[in-house]
Design a binder for this molecule. Structure first.
Ligand code: SF4
Ligand code: SF4
Ligand code: SF4
Length: 289
């Protein structure tokens, strides 16, 4: 289990702990006020302005010896902040990291969340200027969205029944979107997203710059070669560069270090040859989040 599970999971995975969805948890961390400030200024959060979702990127800053590491450490400390609202800065998205979840866990999350509102994706709005209603907002975030019309889909805010929401994330998963859950802020859970690199701001920060806006999931994919027929269906499913299909072997190879545990390869395999194993059961990557 990851550090969030130990702190906020009550013996489970943190996002499966019902306490993290309660109104009283939202109130304890000032989620209503925090979320409103963050979303109101989403196009201008410091990470966008200084460290670049923009094409010019901050790579050169991070490559400066010692200084680069210090900057990275400092920014990473923003995401893990658990101070009360007064000690957190929503314009830096402090206390607002996400984590990759496989489809099955995403659907369990929906059993705990209420209400569930389908809203426009803030990242796609910010990075591409497009409206794509692919985020499911819960509780405090669902309450905030009607105040900021740019996050309301063209046909209006849509409240989903649990079963509709489960079908929706399955459809997103089939289409190649990575399911992610979001602290809003720690430990309150505000959303279940359907992300994609490079549109997703957090995925870009993680993959391109090694910033922990997005954490790896609780699982790692493993191929059972006795079941794999070499059909190649999984070859194009990985957004993290962890799965490569080797023509010489006619089999996929999964690099556990690069695997984020999204399960997109597993859900597409017609033979059920890819299994999602607990990250902590794989010694080489058990501390890789
Ligand atoms: S985290 Fe993913 S789905 Fe959510 S707002 Fe960002 S890109 Fe959109
Ligand atoms: S190897 Fe599979 S589970 Fe791992 S990141 Fe790639 S698609 Fe997701
Ligand atoms: S989709 Fe499944 S059966 Fe096909 S190559 Fe990938 S692991 Fe093998």
């Amino acid at each position: 289990m990851c550090e969030w599970c130990y702190k906020h999971g009550a013996g489970k995975k943190w996002y499966l702990n019902s306490k993290n969805y309660l109104e009283e948890t939202a109130e304890a961390v000032g989620a209503h006020e925090y979320i409103y400030e963050l979303w109101k200024h989403f196009e201008k959060v410091y990470l966008q302005k200084i460290f670049g979702i923009s094409t010019r990127g901050p790579g050169y800053k991070f490559s400066i010896p010692v200084v680069g590491r210090a900057i990275k450490w400092y920014i990473n400390s923003w995401f893990t902040k658990e101070k009360p609202l007064k000690g957190r800065n929503p314009r830096r998205a402090e206390g607002h990291p996400g984590q990759v979840v496989p489809l099955e866990d995403a659907q369990q999350v929906l059993d705990l969340a209420d209400p569930i509102l389908k809203v426009n994706c803030a990242c796609r709005h910010m990075t591409r200027g497009i409206e794509d209603p692919c985020c499911l907002a819960f509780g405090a975030l669902a309450e905030m969205v009607p105040k900021l019309p740019r996050y309301i889909p063209e046909h209006g805010a849509e409240r989903l029944h649990i079963d509709e929401a489960k079908d929706f994330v399955e459809k997103m998963n089939r289409g190649g979107r990575v399911n992610t859950v979001w602290f809003g802020p720690v430990p309150y859970i505000a959303a279940l997203c359907s992300c994609e690199y490079p549109e997703c701001a957090a995925t870009r920060l993680r993959i391109d710059y090694g910033l922990n806006a997005l954490y790896k999931g609780e699982y790692v994919a493993k191929v059972d070669f006795s079941k794999c027929t070499g059909c190649g269906t999984c070859a194009s499913r990985c957004q993290f560069g962890a799965l490569t299909f080797t023509d010489s072997m006619n089999r996929p190879f999964i690099d556990a270090w690069k695997c984020y545990g999204c399960g997109l390869c597993a859900t597409t395999c017609p033979e059920g040859a890819i299994e999602m194993v607990d990250r902590t059961a794989v010694p080489a990557v058990k501390d890789e989040w």
